[in-house]
Design a protein around this ligand. Structure first.
Ligand SMILES: Cc1ncc(COP(=O)(O)O)c(C=O)c1O
Length: 346
């Protein structure tokens, strides 16, 4: 365990080393030529174990905290195809903790994609019949109570690992991108990413506020994938303020005391029919990135964020010749669980 960890050693928060950083920052020449803007890929899909993804950055802090608190197992929740659950199971294995996953599905979910990997990782999976992820919090507490009664010491991680502590991982992520951009010759520009439970965007907003104050004006745009942009903005703003308070309490603090709220930008209109349902624009984005760059995005999150970039080019929000970073947050194992919707498409 590293401590004081993360953020260049500037914050006295314990952190486990669970992924090799920095994740690659790659120019996408063929996609750039096609879109008429310079597209860079921040490859967090390559970050961490078990097919990687954005949760690895959060879990470095969350699982370190679990260890500090003396936990011997972790509980988390999500949809049956949750990338967060899969990465929690994998990272818990690395941290020597047992993983319990409380997943929602209205029917018997196919043993494919993330769920298949959860089982191969040895996680204990409980399926709850509900539409709403919010209902899983109760099931997690019930499970935690049962485990405590058995003498275990569970650490409960909320959906998406989206706590202030988890968000710190993404504040460090934008600082990492800023450093990489200098050697790549990339000026601060727009950064698009998929946003759902809000922790990723909250961390990015905290660092965007600090870097902006220091003359590095990154513009972070979270693409709403749940169809609730107002709710997302509220959640991200609250998480960002809490994460900023956590970081600013460091000695010395990572960031000056800047309110991250003005840096919370949510892009609506790319959810399509709903969370977890393939959208027409998303499907086109999957094919576009695969054909141009040989890189896959997933049907639930990253394809919709990439569709947001394509839409922003079309409507002029991203002017011809400007630069944009597509922050690839992972999720690709879910492709296989959507074979039916994706096969033969296009
Ligand atoms: C692949 C992928 N991208 C983006 C997100 C959104 O991240 P957050 O929940 O921190 O908003 C998730 C969340 O599960 C995800 O799995």
């Amino acid at each position: 365990m590293r401590g004081p960890g993360g953020l260049g050693g500037l914050v006295a928060l314990p952190r486990l080393d669970l992924c090799e950083k920095p994740s690659p920052l790659q120019h996408a020449p063929r996609l750039s030529a096609r879109l008429g803007v310079e597209v860079w890929l921040k490859r967090d899909d390559l970050l961490g174990p078990a097919f990687g993804g954005n949760k690895a950055r959060k879990l470095e802090y969350l699982l370190a905290d679990a260890r500090v608190q003396g936990a011997d197992c972790v509980i988390t929740c999500g949809a049956a195809q949750s990338n967060h659950a899969r990465l929690t199971a994998a990272c818990a294995n690395l941290a020597g903790l047992d993983a319990y996953l409380v997943l929602r599905s209205m029917d018997d979910p196919a043993e494919q994609g993330n769920l298949l990997l959860d089982h191969l990782l040895g996680a204990r999976v409980q399926i709850v019949r509900t539409h709403r992820t919010a209902n899983l919090a109760v099931a997690m507490q019930t499970l935690a109570g049962r485990l405590r009664a058995e003498g275990r010491r569970p650490y409960v991680i909320p959906v998406g690992g989206s706590t202030a502590l988890g968000a710190v991982g993404y504040a460090a992520g934008l600082v990492e991108l800023d450093a990489q951009s200098v050697s790549a010759g990339l000026e601060p520009c727009a950064v698009y990413h998929a946003s759902s439970s809000g922790g990723t965007q909250a961390g990015l907003a905290v660092a965007a506020a600090a870097l902006h104050a220091g003359g590095r004006p990154w513009r972070v745009i979270g693409v709403d994938v749940d169809g609730d942009p107002d709710g997302l903005r509220t959640t991200v703003t609250a998480l960002a303020r809490d994460a900023a308070a956590l970081i600013q309490s460091g000695d010395p603090p990572l960031v000056p005391a800047v309110d991250p709220a003005p840096h919370v930008r949510v892009l609506a209109g790319y959810t399509g029919p709903g969370y977890g349902i393939v959208s027409e624009e998303g499907l086109a984005a999957i094919r576009l990135l695969a054909e141009m760059e040989g890189v896959f995005v997933d049907p639930v999150y990253t394809s919709k964020a990439l569709a947001g970039i394509v839409g922003a080019v079309r409507c002029g929000d991203l002017p011809h010749g400007s630069s944009v970073v597509f922050w690839h947050t992972g999720g690709t194992p879910a492709l296989f669980a959507y074979a039916h919707e994706l096969a033969g498409a296009g």
